[in-house]
Design a protein around this ligand. Sequence first.
Ligand code: HEM
Length: 334
Amino acid sequence: MAFTSLNIHLLPVFVFLLSTVGVDAGAAYLSNGLQNDYYRHSCPTAESVVRRVVRANVSDPSNPNNLRFAAGLVRMSFHDCFVEGCDASVLLNGLGTEKTARINKFLQSSEIIDKAKQELEKVSPGVVSCADILQYAARDSVVALNGSSWKVQGGRRDGCVSRADSADSEIPSPDLDLDGLTASFNRKGLSRDQMVILSGAHTSAAGHCENLVTRLYNFNSTHATDPSIPAAYAAQLKSLCPQRTFNDSVFIVLDTVSPFFDAGYYVTLEQHQGLFTSDQILFDDPRTRPLVESLTDNKLFEKDFGEAMRAMAAVEVKLYEGEIRNDCRMINPY
Ligand code: HEM
């Protein structure tokens, strides 16, 4: 199409406008289409309501149950973004939805998102998406666990598709090696370094025996148990998770240094106490070891983690399709 003289006159203005978009992480509009302070006009209390609800439900870090709920929200943000993009598809109820996937068996804390949504529907009905609430809640959970805050962008719409088989194929397994993990994150537009940094969320994580079976009892044809696990640690894990008789009420922390949201996870890896293959490989593989070593610096970890979360929270977001759900557990009736 040829430009008319009017188009040509407008062109420099258009180019200037474009050049102001997406250049500065502090700018209101970013190239991913999401926005800082997205609800400042449409629902000014959106972020504070989510913060209050999260705090009320995870506010006592000395209570192990509170810690688990906060960790649950951080994990849920990841499991949402890796399947259909960050669109709250993980929250949908129903036969065969993501919630029913094997990989999501131990996902928890969706009740906290429901509570925040119910409060927000009272003040601003139909305005704040469940997908945004989940990302705000993940940030607020990290803060509740004594971690550092970051600016969460808003503007995601909620999706209407949720399939268990997609969750099981898109979310990486704890038995993956570095190439498998990297490929999984690359598929979502995230780098290997971002994968290592985001794995730092395991600083407040716990795992169940079911996810350790391969590493402890069925590793490969030559070793029943992963030989990279120090003998004393392997014995300890096996006593917590006896073969075939483990129960779901046992959970094992992934960061043996501290329960708070800090760089302790990376120190744990240096001490060869990574719980899953996908954790310990980050230190054992020479390609990521230098980054793991540098992330043992708390200040660097905190800064990098917030930035990586912003990148993850922008994966395949829906800006125009989808809807603002009335109830995070179900798509809106027509
Ligand atoms: C790099 C690939 C990753 C793998 C293979 C992985 C795998 C796992 C596994 C197997 C568990 C334990 C589940 C259980 O047994 O209950 C877990 C827990 C957890 N993961 Fe990851 N994860 C990965 C990345 C992430 C990312 C990117 C985040 C968030 C940014 C995250 C946050 C968490 C949290 C907070 C928990 C603890 C949840 C709770 O205690 O309820 N993980 N992860």
